[in-house]
Design a binder for this molecule. Structure first.
Ligand code: SF4
Length: 364
């Protein structure tokens, strides 16, 4: 069955309300058969709270559970296995999932304790935890964040929490991309709800969160990851596991064919940046009452320019925010609020890839 090509996006600063609204709009309940065992797979790679930019917000997980229970689905399970250097049980506790488990009477399952079955795809043998195959409907709940090796981590890579620790090491020895794609060929999520509240700029273990204030969902993990890549300033083809997954038929990576539905506009104001790498990028900006999503798009775009060695070639600082409405300037502005600037990029908010192209022109 062909997967739906719709991606839903919602902005704001109330994760529980945003989660319920986006689930309602996507009508997730129509996709689940009555009596199904529903597995929630957050990203709890390390024992750090979601504010670090590393792990899935428990507020989103709690709202998913509340929504599903309200629709009559009671057979739920949260499953995860942290990275080889951390304890999943400690992560469940630190990240707020023990509290959720008690509050909603939903069991936690540590995949590190599980038996496994060896499955093969594309000639790659892999040890996959057995509990995953008991789940009838899998909801993947990744964090939208950067990754030091794969550039971006989203839904496809989050499935790595369902393999043994030995297999996680094996994946790294294979360069991650091919095995991640083939793991998803064996078992891909049925639904993705991605936490884009404050994922890390470029590191999966957090430390440099970027306030993005959004949640994204879809049924095609490849398409959802292609969109996630784009909001971090990458083209889908920049992220090898996305293109490999598309080639082997896990889903589509064509954003041109996607129907991207934004349920609202972000009007929450970006807060002051205090973390190391993000504040270094922020020094190239002047922001006055910028919307969080708009400012996040600019920060991701500046990070990509930095990687290409073009950040230092920018002429002057980049202005952004509602405080620049009707302000005339010969400087450079990002977003429709800076339309009185001599040099500005329209959009409300402009997409990171458009910001990158626009700012590159300024450096030539
Ligand atoms: S252009 Fe202005 S109003 Fe639009 S998202 Fe950016 S800061 Fe907000």
């Amino acid at each position: 069955m062909e997967k739906e090509k719709t991606i839903y996006v919602i902005y704001g600063n109330d994760p529980a309300e945003m989660t319920k609204k986006i689930l309602s709009e996507s009508r997730i309940e129509n996709l689940i058969k009555p009596g199904s065992l529903i597995g929630l797979k957050p990203n709890l790679v390390v024992s750090k709270p979601s504010s670090s930019g590393a792990t899935t917000s428990p507020l989103i997980a709690g709202a998913v559970i509340e929504y599903l229970k309200d629709k009559g689905f009671d057979n739920l399970l949260i499953l995860e296995g942290s990275w080889v250097g951390d304890s999943t049980k400690r992560a469940f506790r630190t990240c707020g999932y023990e509290d959720i488990s008690k509050k909603y009477n939903v069991p936690l399952f540590d995949t590190k304790d599980d038996s496994f079955t060896v499955k093969t795809s594309g000639g790659i043998k892999m040890e996959i935890c057995d509990r995953l195959f008991d789940v009838d409907f899998l909801i993947n709940m990744p964090v939208i964040k950067g990754h030091c090796q794969t550039l971006v981590t989203g839904a496809l890579k989050n499935m790595k929490g369902c393999i043994t620790d030995r297999e996680k090491r094996h994946f790294h020895s294979l360069g991650l991309h091919d095995p991640i794609a083939h793991l998803n060929k064996i078992r891909c999520a049925d639904f993705v709800i991605a936490d884009g509240l404050c994922g890390d700029l470029d590191f999966e273990e957090g430390g440099n969160p970027v306030q993005m204030n959004r949640i994204v969902c879809g049924t095609d993990s490849v398409l959802t990851d292609a969109y996630i890549a784009s909001i971090m300033g990458y083209r889908p083809e920049d992220v090898e596991y996305i293109t490999v997954a598309a080639e082997i038929g896990v889903g589509s990576c064509s954003l041109d064919d996607a129907d991207i539905i934004e349920l609202n506009k972000d009007r929450t104001i970006a807060s002051a940046v205090s973390t190391g790498k993000v504040s270094r990028l922020a020094k190239h900006t002047v922001q006055k009452n910028a919307c969080s999503a708009c400012y996040a798009n600019l920060i991701h775009a500046l990070a990509r320019l930095d990687e290409e060695g073009k950040l230092s070639k920018l002429k002057g600082k980049i202005s952004i925010g509602q405080g620049f409405r009707w302000v005339e300037s010969d400087g450079t502005g990002i977003g429709s609020c800076t339309s009185s600037f001599e040099n500005y990029l329209p959009g409300c908010p402009p997409a990171p890839l458009d910001i990158i192209d626009f700012l590159k022109d300024q450096t030539d």
